[in-house]
Every structure is written in C-alpha cells, then in structure tokens.
Ligand binder design. Sequence first.
Ligand code: DAH
Length: 339
Amino acid sequence: MLEKAEELKKTALDDLQGAANPAELNEWRVKYLGRKAGALTQLLRGISQVPVEERAAFGQAANELKNLLQAAYEAREEELSRPAVEMLKTIDVTLPGRPVSLGRLHLTTQTLREMYGIFAQMGFQVEEWPEVETDYLNFELLNMPPDHPARDMWDTFYVNPRVVLRTHTSPGQIRSMRRHCPDPIRVILPGKCYRYEAVTARSEFMFYQVEGLAVGRRITLADLKGTMIDFARQMFGADRQVRFRCSYFPFTEPSVEVDMDCIICRGEGCRVCKHTGWVEICGAGMVHPQVLTNGGYDPDVYSGFAFGMGPERIAMIKHNIDDIRLFYSNDVRFLGQFG
Ligand code: DAH
C-alpha cells in the first residue's frame, strides 16, 4: 500500500505540471483530491486491506501525501496566476491619462473671423452669395461684356456657356445692391472663388476672397482710404502705413491697389516685400457708375467704394507663410501651428 501511495504521489505531481490553466488545474484537483472519487480518497478506502499493525504508518503516510498534494496544488495555482499579477505591477495606475488632441479652426477660418470682427466695428455686415454664378453677374454686370479684354484677368471654370464658378466675390456687389436698393449699404461678402490656372506657391485654383462694398450719398475715396488704414492697423499693428497705387479694374473708377508697409522689415526692404518695403493687401476703387446703375442706384445721387481682399494673403503676411498651397493640402503639421 505504501508503494501505491508513493506511485500516486509521483503521477499526481507530474500531472500537476501539465495543468496549464485554471480549468485544467481544477480538473486535477477533482481527480486527485476530490472528496468522493479522488485518487487519494480511493487510496484511503483501501486501508481495510492493510495489516492492523501497519495501519498507523499508512494513515500517517496518506495524511502527509494529502498535505503535500494540497500544498503543491496551491503552489501551482499561485504560479499560474502570477503573469497577470506581474503585468498589473508594470501598469502604473497613478499615471495621468494621455491628453486628447483637440481639433482647431483652420487658419483661413480664423483669419476670416478676425476680419469680420474688424469690419463689424466699422459697421460692415456679412452677406454670402453663390459660388456657382452666372457669367452675366460674374462679368457682364461688372462692366465686362463678352468680348471685353479684361476677362483675360480671370481664367474661368465654366459649368456651361452661361454659368461659371465665380472667379471673384465681386458679383456679390450687384446682388447686395439689388437686395438693399435704395438703402445705404455697408457689407462684406466672404467666400470661395475659383480660377482655372496653374497651382503655384502664389496661386491656388480655389481660394477665398472678402469683398467689401459701401454705397451711400456722399461716399468718397477718403472713406475707402480710412477704411483700409483702420483695417491694416487693427490687423497688423497700430503703426502701419498704407498707400494707394493707381490700377485698373473694369468695375471701379478710379481703381487702386492698396499697399501696406512690410511688417517684416518695416519698410526697410526684405525678401517678403521683394525689397520694395511695401506689400499689397487688396484691390479697390470707387464703384463704377455703370455698376451702380446695374445694382439699381442712380450714380448722380449715390456713390460707393469697393475692395477685394484675399484672406489667405492676409494670413501669409501676418504669419510669414511663403506658400499658399499649405492652406489646402491638409497637412496637420502646418495647420496645427495656428490657434
Ligand atoms: N475682383 C478683383 C479680383 O478678383 C478684386 C477687386 C478689385 C475687388 C477692386 C473689388 C475692387 O471690389 O474694387 O481681382
């Protein structure tokens, strides 16, 4: 009988090493230590066959075996649960969580909002008009009949022979005049514009413009100049200087180009201002009498000024960005730097 106990010990311990998970471990426990049909219980049942004088020794041996198997079982149980415990030890539950990266407004949106704020203080309201526009409004009513050479200034995406993707926000001038006539107007008209031209560091096929329009009874070039100076100083700093240069647009007379002293070199001359000391911020002028008429206003009674700005250009000057393509190529390394 003692040999049987010895044999049981050996197979039980061997078997125990083979138990690789809690379920197998439990099977082992039932098989060897189970109270009703476990191998140990069965061994003890055989005590009646042991000669009386050997029973005490057998009982003691069986008892020791039981304790030994019980201890081995517990040790194995501990061993199997250890990897989970070890893993828990490597996790520092007191560490702060990883910060969630927040989205932010696109640089163009930020710039547009800044512009709205500045013009709002001067009484300009925001109006929006369609991006898909008729040739009639985009060109004709702005004083450019079908064969007018000035149409060459804008390379156009045609939807069909009469419908275009607007090449500028200026058709909104006609739309706003027709909406408000005969009331005085002070509006800015932001939105996307499209040009069928090569994409370069200086020009995109899609970009924004902010059109400005003021119409009233005694509006002069001096009002335009004051508006431009105020805008430049609020956007770029209180000591900004502004100058007008003669220019030509079919829908304004006179027409000007508005320059501001370069914020990088303050007029000294640098790469950004191409060593002129000045950077162009927009085209502008007094609304052409024909355009006022097309909008419904009598040019003998009313006058007005208009301007067209590129918010990307404003942002490029402000943040010293040298390539407009960065705005719409969705590189978050660029976009994430603003705001
Ligand atoms: N529409 C012009 C362009 O896209 C910009 C412009 C110039 C707008 C003069 C105006 C203006 O309102 O008065 O090049």
